[in-house]
Design a protein around this ligand. Sequence first.
Ligand SMILES: C[S@@+](CC[C@H](N)C(=O)[O-])C[C@H]1O[C@@H](n2cnc3c(N)ncnc32)[C@H](O)[C@@H]1O
Length: 324
Amino acid sequence: MPPQLVKVLNDSYQAVKNDGEDVIAGLTKNPKTLPPKYFYDDYGSELFEQICELPEYYPTRTETSILEKYADEIAQITGSSELVELGSGSSTKTRLLLDAYQKIGNSFTYIPTDVSGGILKNSVLELQEKYPDFFIQGLLGTYQQTLAYLESTPTPTRTICFLGSSAGNFSPQEFDNLLTQITRSLQPGNYFLLGIDLDKSKEILEPAYNDNQGVTAAFNLNMLSHLNWRFQGNFDINLFSHQAIYNQAETQIEMYLYCQENVTFALETLDLKVNFQAGESILTEISRKFDLEILQTQLEAKGLKVKKVWTDPKKWFGLILCQA
Ligand SMILES: C[S@@+](CC[C@H](N)C(=O)[O-])C[C@H]1O[C@@H](n2cnc3c(N)ncnc32)[C@H](O)[C@@H]1O
């Protein structure tokens, strides 16, 4: 039997479709919040790809420049035969790592994982064509579902990578919990590669999340369209506007949707009515900006020994390789 292209974890697509408990919890809180995973339906994933190309959005090209320089070294140090990627999206940057592992020439498995099914399936198809000798299998599910699956399928030469500073979307406590789950999915000697955005000035950060072409605004607003189709909702996205601000005290970008009128919307399949006051916000994402030294201490405390740290010349982005 041919290998499954995309393995659906714990019925996760259904779970994402039907659970919505996190939506109810976030929209009945004061102030309101929504989990960033709801950015990513097919259209949201496409918009994120466009964000990566924006002149203001430095993270993708900066992380790419680091990988261009050091992917070979990463492949040499780890010598892994399995690379798992959390929140892989289009896997575009990852191709630099795959090229490097291909040069080593071991038999090799790449496991991209994501909550967004369309982009995951398309990238698996494209990559299988580009790397015919690799075994490639997508895992469709949340980070937590993916890591639970990985814990049950240990391998001696695994590297887990988590790029794009998606780690910054977690609060410090949530990130600590995620690291616990990551370490459980690694055997002694396995590696963890983490790409993180470093703290910098507000003048660079805020434009990166408030671009001139309005792509990030469309991405943020699409979360409401996603909730509309997923939970039979009636959010009128024309009544909302996007704004991202840098919260200096928390060293994080906060992305908001502001409602402009007093209005009530419903999400039918969640049996939820949500009242908004004019000017009220929904926090849709935090994007924490890290201090390399503090983060290294946190990783070491989790039993992840820091082997190597790479940055770009401006020290805008960091790549940390740890060994369990
Ligand atoms: C910011 S994008 C980064 C994509 C890619 N890793 C990169 O560096 O360009 C985040 C990716 O993680 C996925 N994602 C977001 N929340 C997730 C969750 N809770 N569980 C699994 N994947 C998630 C999204 O679908 C998206 O592809």
